[in-house]
Design a binder for this molecule. Structure first.
Ligand code: PLP
Ligand code: COI
Length: 356
């Protein structure tokens, strides 16, 4: 840690750790929170020094702008512990950069890299016993920022709060997914905020996703808002489609989150000679491939979802099944990326970041 920032982080430790009440063998996703959180306030055009404090409620005035105008952004990251109890992050600078891309689009202040990264490192060192070592578990990290200034005027807030909270978590999804290709609703539009991790992007998805859940699907696959003919991404992950031996994923745009897992999978796949195409892929092409047998796999990729295989999809009241293959790209790529994340293999791309 550089002196410049570390000397400014103050730590107030909890007197009542909750860790003994946690069943680390049976962790849900994102429902148990660690003992501490990092908090940093922005006021008068400046960020205050980050503080690590006991995990606690937040008190806000009812006129706080977050409640009315939705200025709220977040990131999703994970900390992994290896067999020697060393702590690792995966490409954290990319999360920090994306956080500031989101902040700019939502007219929120950017956060200095050192506050994000070194603040997170200090928090993780304090919470190291909370990082699970049970299979497929990790410490899910949620950095977020919201408008904490007051007033009903529809304009950007003058105060913001940045928090990092952590949650020891098991898998996001249990088992293979059935997804619905969306034909009516849109997640994002050209010129909008789809590329940002803005809270409102998720709020807008809940209603159409609930309709899909009522029909027996777990996730919606979003299509472009103009024609609904091209596959974009899912609610919490980017999408890969394997046609014969080629892996296809949509290019990122204004409307699609530039997923860190997605770009890592593209590099990993190319590195082992898998043909990868980053291009527009139409629903029509996927259906045709399903009908002629060339559609081999579909899977989602994201920090929470890791790599989540899709067993089938619905489109216009018709269901399509994916074949059950023995050796899948999804399983091989999941093993490779998690081996890097958990420090079980070499890291030739330099993606692992030690926390010490
Ligand atoms: N797309 C959306 C809408 C997401 O919420 C996420 C999750 O962060 C992703 C894609 C995957 O991004 P990443 O791999 O950076 O977690
Ligand atoms: C993540 O993968 O970390 C995300 O932010 C997705 C979230 C909606 C669970």
């Amino acid at each position: 840690m550089s002196l410049e920032v570390s000397h400014k982080i103050t730590i107030e430790k909890t007197k009542n750790s909750k860790i003994s009440q946690v069943d680390f063998n049976n962790l849900p996703f994102g429902q148990v929170y660690t003992d501490h959180m990092l908090v940093c306030d922005y006021e008068n055009g400046q960020w205050s020094s980050p503080k690590i404090v006991p995990y606690q409620n937040i008190s806000l005035d009812p006129s706080a702008k977050i409640f009315h105008y939705g200025q709220s952004i977040f990131e999703g990251m994970k900390a992994y512990k290896d067999e020697h109890d060393a702590i690792w992050l995966f490409r954290p600078i990319d999360n920090q950069k994306r956080f500031n891309i989101s902040a700019k689009r939502l007219a929120m202040p950017e956060l200095p890299e050192a506050y994000f990264i070194e603040g997170l490192e200090a928090l993780l060192l304090l919470e190291k016993d909370w990082i699970p070592t049970t299979k497929d578990s990790s410490l899910y990290i949620r950095p977020f920022m919201f408008a904490s200034g007051n007033g009903f005027h529809a304009s950007p807030s003058d105060k913001y709060t940045f928090i990092i909270a952590c949650s020891p978590s098991g898998p996001y999804f249990g088992g293979k997914l059935k997804v619905l290709i969306e034909q009516q609703y849109s997640r994002s539009a050209n010129g909008g905020v789809g590329f940002a991790k803005a809270g409102g992007n998720y709020a807008g998805q809940f209603y159409p996703t609930n309709l899909a859940i009522q029909k027996g699907y777990q996730q919606v696959i979003w299509t472009d808002d103009t024609t609904h003919e091209n596959i974009e991404e899912a609610g919490a992950m980017n999408i890969f489609i394997r046609i014969n031996d080629t892996l296809v994923t949509a290019p990122t745009s204004d409307r699609i989150l530039d997923g860190i897992t997605r770009k890592s999978i593209v590099e990993l796949a190319k590195d082992q000679g898998i043909s990868v195409e980053v291009r527009t892929i139409s629903v029509h092409e996927v259906i045709e491939a399903s009908e002629n047998g060339s559609l081999k796999e579909m899977f989602g990729a994201g920090t929470a979802a890791v790599i989540s295989p899709i067993a089938g999809f619905g489109y216009k009241d018709k269901d399509f099944s994916l074949p059950e293959l023995e050796d899948t790209y999804a399983a091989a790529l999941k093993k490779q990326i998690t081996d890097i994340q958990y420090n079980r293999s070499d890291d030739k791309f330099g993606w692992r970041h030690a926390v010490k």
